[in-house]
Design a protein around this ligand. Structure first.
Ligand SMILES: NC(=O)C1=CN([C@@H]2O[C@H](COP(=O)(O)OP(=O)(O)OC[C@H]3O[C@@H](n4cnc5c(N)ncnc54)[C@H](OP(=O)(O)O)[C@@H]3O)[C@@H](O)[C@H]2O)C=CC1
Ligand SMILES: O=CC(=O)O
Length: 389
């Protein structure tokens, strides 16, 4: 996978990995005009994508896991772009000739929309709490009073909402985005939701003649600010193509995973692992303290070994000080664990570790920690410790 120096280059090069034959190919990104892409049939788009591919030698061996067909055939290949540019030099808005809508200006949505604005995009915003739009309006964003009006005035509309309920409400509710959608438009939902929710929203959007892409992100507040998110997309390939310059402004890489539901599933698996990791890390910090070790030294030891992770290095020191400045709200982490457990249930997979972690986040929520960072889950363990003493 190439590391590219600018997002401009990133937007022109794509790495396409076929898991089935474990081959990787590099290709030039299709630079079709906005209208041409949207008027292209999925078939002609797929043919265009295939015909511009140049196959290279495999870069990785086929792992045992890949021999076990877990997902529908259409999900067996993925496409990714990697780049390393930050939002400061993300001047790619000009590549997207249309108007961009943005619904949901929370911790993630606000910096994502700001990066689009900074890159020169024509952005129209809406948020349930209107005051959160003011900063964006000061930076040059337009405002519309409902999701329907944003969608009707924009070519591609992004949504970044809290959970399945809000994602459905904003898309399909009264004055929801669906009311403003139609042929030639696209809806990109970046909220972390379950596959069933994503499919429901997709159906309502596609019934209007518009295209749909689910695009949950990996990466928190800082990556959102720095334009370094990882997009996990699935849905209409034509919309993936047209929205790619926008994804490249907000993110450092993007994966195209096939049918709607696969992006949601990938995000839930990643966040299930993350939630369990944080719970386990919390236990380790408290145990180190309890046996008389300095937890800051533990963090340093971890950072030098095989289990090092940016998450431990970034969150660890503030957890030792019992401060939890919110980047990823604990309530969202618990929601993701709950949805991941539902995903596992749907394929009858036991998830004892994730289930135990989920219980811990539920306890933390009951202590009023929902809006703190998810690293505050350590407080649920501290409380257990105090009870046991
Ligand atoms: N924070 C993070 O590190 C990451 C978060 N995510 C995911 O991204 C999504 C957004 O996260 P984040 O920005 O942190 O969350 P926030 O809680 O900061 O923002 C949530 C957004 O959803 C809106 N919202 C909530 N309920 C409703 C509703 N019923 N109707 C309309 N709008 C509603 C909020 O509006 P209002 O301002 O009016 O409350 C706000 O705009 C979530 O799905 C989360 O899991 C993904 C990766 C990282
Ligand atoms: O969903 C949270 C993240 O950090 O990614």
């Amino acid at each position: 996978m190439p590391t590219l120096s600018t997002k401009g280059e990133a937007a022109r090069q794509m790495v396409k990995c076929s898991v089935a034959n474990a081959s990787i190919c590099f290709r030039q990104r299709l630079l079709l005009p906005f209208s041409a892409v949207f008027s292209s049939s999925p078939l002609s788009m797929a043919m265009a994508m295939t015909s511009s591919s140049i196959y290279c030698r495999p870069r990785f061996p086929i792992s045992p896991l890949r021999r076990m067909p877990r997902f529908p055939k259409s999900s067996s290949s993925f496409t990714t772009i990697a780049s390393s540019q930050t939002s400061a030099d993300a001047g790619e808005g000009g590549e997207f000739p249309g108007r961009v809508g943005f619904l949901g200006l929370g911790i993630m949505g606000s910096p994502m929309a700001i990066n689009l604005l900074k890159a020169g995009c024509d952005v129209t915003v809406w948020n349930r709490t209107k005051s959160k739009c003011n900063h964006l309006i000061d930076l040059g964003a337009k405002y519309e009073p409902s999701p329907a009006e944003v969608a009707s005035s924009c070519d591609v509309t992004f949504a970044m909402l809290a959970d399945p309920e809000s994602a459905v409400d904003v898309a399909c509710g009264t004055n929801g985005a669906v009311k403003g959608m139609g042929s030639g438009k696209g809806y990109v939902d970046a909220s972390t939701v379950d596959g069933a929710t994503s499919k429901l929203i997709s159906k309502h959007i596609r019934d209007t003649g518009a295209s749909f892409l689910e695009a949950p992100v990996s990466g928190s507040k800082k990556p959102a600010e720095d334009g370094q998110l990882i997009f996990l997309t699935a849905g209409d390939a034509s919309l993936y193509e047209i929205a790619s310059p926008l994804l490249d402004i907000m993110g450092k890489s993007r994966f195209y995973l096939g049918e709607v539901g696969n992006g949601a599933a990938m995000k839930l698996v990643v966040n299930m692992i993350m939630g369990s990791m944080m719970a386990s890390f919390s236990e380790g910090l408290l145990l180190s303290e309890k046996v008389g070790l300095d937890p800051n030294v533990l963090i340093e030891v971890i950072s030098q070994g095989a289990i090092s992770a940016p998450m431990f290095a970034v969150k660890g020191p503030s957890m030792v000080k019992a401060t939890y400045p919110t980047a990823f709200p604990l309530k969202h982490q618990q929601k993701d664990l709950r949805l991941a457990l539902g995903l596992a249930e749907s394929v009858t997979q036991p998830m004892p570790v994730a289930a135990a972690a989920n219980e811990l986040y539920k306890v933390a929520k009951s202590y009023g920690l929902s809006d703190h960072d998810f690293s505050a889950v350590i407080e649920a363990l501290r409380a257990k410790l105090q009870h046991s003493e």
